[in-house]
Unconditional design. Sequence first.
Length: 266
Amino acid sequence: MKLKVEEELSEWPLEAMEGHEPESRGLKLGIIRLGRAAGKTKYALLDERDICLVEEYSFEARLEIDKNGNGARIDAFAYLFGKPRTQGTTLQELLWERHRGGIAPGYRVVHKNGVSVDNRLENLLLVHESKVPTWYKPEESQGTPSAKEQDGNNGLYWMAIAQLPPESLDDHLLRSPESSRVLLRYYNSEGELIEEEDESLSFYECRHPPCTAIEQELREFSICGRCQEARYCGINCQQRDWPSHKRICREKRRALPIHIERSPER
């Protein structure tokens, strides 16, 4: 599947990772579907030369929550085929070691633009852990999340993900018959249930696909008043996402109190 990201002076042909090579000129990038995390399907952006990694690795999006109360973020993890899931590594570390060499103790690979799934090599930076005691955030990342995502280097990620065709998220959501809470269920290759978690107790990322703003505390974002499930960092992202969200948005009916009329006692 070929995607084009249009700017004022150029076009950026992008390729979703399905084994195809884009023929058009310009910057060639790849998009990996990572799976679901923090309430929506996540994608990673990387350079064309790293597309071949899909032949050796499987990928997933993992929600990381800081134990010191500094919020949450989503990382892309890579796992060699045939190896235990406990031996996975972050995609940014894999790419750094692949192109720049080993990572010395006490150092970590961070994302210059603060978008933890934008894994283009030029967006990666090796820094000492003393300079990033928690998670790396660029200085210019202050302000409204939905506005900042379109500025600077992360504008390329925004434009790329914004052009992906919408997909039904209902395939990943199941309703519990006992309650209205949303459940995530994970299955192994044999179709056996291996994990189940209540997403209502987790951090959410803004549902608008290209936006990477994530809650820094539980239930921080506003919620869709109709389905009471989709969460947004602000009104701008909610309005932009509505053409896609309205296809699956179902009004959540509220239970009405039952009044029983009793005959007057005599």
